[in-house]
Design a protein around this ligand. Structure first.
Ligand code: ZN
Length: 310
């Protein structure tokens, strides 16, 4: 029998990874409404925004305000924000954000384009962030972009990934996300890298972040689950991309992932119909369609009810 988990944790990243690539940006009030909608739909983890320089990522300039305004959260809900450096931790402290995520690319060239520094320089900056986060009771995690392949260098050597994982562990970060931002990963490679890190780094916890650039995201999630992974990012309506990656497409759609897991009998605690309704609303705000199969086709379990009425 297939080795599968009974429960999976999904982080909604559309408010950050999705909206940061949009031309039309929802107002802060609209973002708050979407965020409350996600909380109501049952998401355990939501990536709300980022503390990048507002000139560099103007779409995320109101992240501080959103944290200040969201109010008391239901028990068990975790909101996180992406940060570039120690200034990001300071902003988290100031606005009441309790969890931050650093990023470094396993591709030297991507890291230079994205963060304007080499992976080694990024790693050198981690210790300061962890120190300030610890002092202020802020949880800190780390992400590795392009751990499978990059558009500039092809397949990423496992040693490069190991070096970054070890740098994270060394500064005291043991929650790590493997992010296929360029959508180049394939299932057998995903399975092997997941097995590798699970066996080698027993004290770490893992997130997987797949973009559906080449249609392999759902297959990659299945491969990761079979390897023993249980935490995945997804973006409502399949929003997302990366301004530095040629031909980049959105994250795997939350609706598609949650629906697939529902049909497989794997619990997420998230109401997919509520997510679909939110996507439709945001689609109107953004002025374009959403890239989600389930949003277009509907749930297969709804077809039976519909067809039996006819
Ligand atoms: Zn992404």
């Amino acid at each position: 029998m297939m080795n599968l988990p009974s429960k999976v944790k999904i982080c909604e990243v559309g408010l950050r990874d999705g909206l940061q690539n949009e031309k039309v940006i929802p107002t802060t009030e609209q973002k708050l409404e979407i965020l409350r909608g996600f909380i109501d739909a049952g998401y355990p983890v939501i990536e709300v925004g980022s503390f990048m320089h507002p000139k560099k990522v103007p779409q995320m300039a109101d992240t501080d305000e959103i944290f200040k305004k969201i109010g008391t959260l239901p028990a068990g809900v975790e909101l996180r924000a992406l940060i570039p450096n120690v200034r990001g931790v300071q902003r988290a402290v100031d606005c009441g954000c309790k969890k931050v995520k650093l990023n470094v690319s396993a591709s030297r060239m991507h890291n230079l384009k994205n963060l304007n520094r080499t992976p080694e320089e990024s790693v050198a900056g981690f210790a300061d962030c962890v120190e300030m986060a610890n002092k202020n009771n802020i949880a800190i995690s780390g992400s590795i972009s392009m751990p499978f392949a990059s558009p500039w260098e092809g397949r990423t050597p496992v040693e490069d990934v190991d070096a970054i994982i070890e740098a994270y562990l060394k500064v005291g970060i043991n929650e790590i996300s493997l992010s296929d931002a360029s959508g180049q990963a394939v299932p057998n490679q995903v399975y092997e890298l997941c097995r590798h890190v699970l066996e080698k780094y027993k004290d770490a916890t893992w997130w997987l972040h797949f973009h559906n650039t080449r249609g392999a995201a759902a297959a990659n999630i299945l491969a990761a689950m079979q390897a023993g992974m249980t935490q995945f990012d997804a973006s409502f309506g399949g929003l997302g991309g990366c301004p530095f990656v040629p031909g980049a497409a959105g994250n795997v759609s939350s609706e598609d992932v949650i629906n697939m897991l529902d049909e497989m009998g794997i619990e997420t605690g998230i109401d997919v119909l509520k997510v679909m309704n939110l996507s439709r609303k945001v689609s109107e705000i953004l002025g374009h369609g959403m890239d989600s199969y389930v949003l277009r086709a509907g749930r297969s379990c709804d077809l039976i009810a519909k067809n039996s009425e006819e």
